[in-house]
Design a protein around this ligand. Sequence first.
Ligand SMILES: [Zn+2]
Length: 76
Amino acid sequence: MRKVTKQCDLCAVSFQYGPQKYDGQYLPHYEMYLCEGCYRDNAGGFAPGLEDKIIGVLETHRIPLPERNARGWFPR
Ligand SMILES: [Zn+2]
């Protein structure tokens, strides 16, 4: 079976996304792929330093900005 490779929308690393082995996550509400590391590191929301990137992805996909969490960050 052919490997599917995706690129992390935050750190730009490439990772395998199936079949059978998934080294990252897809966030449908952002239409964004994250590698395992970025997914784990942002469990509590996306830190302010990442906001420009997140907003860029959302604008590309024409998705409205999400509600911020209690920390004032965009939730993962
Ligand atoms: Zn990443």
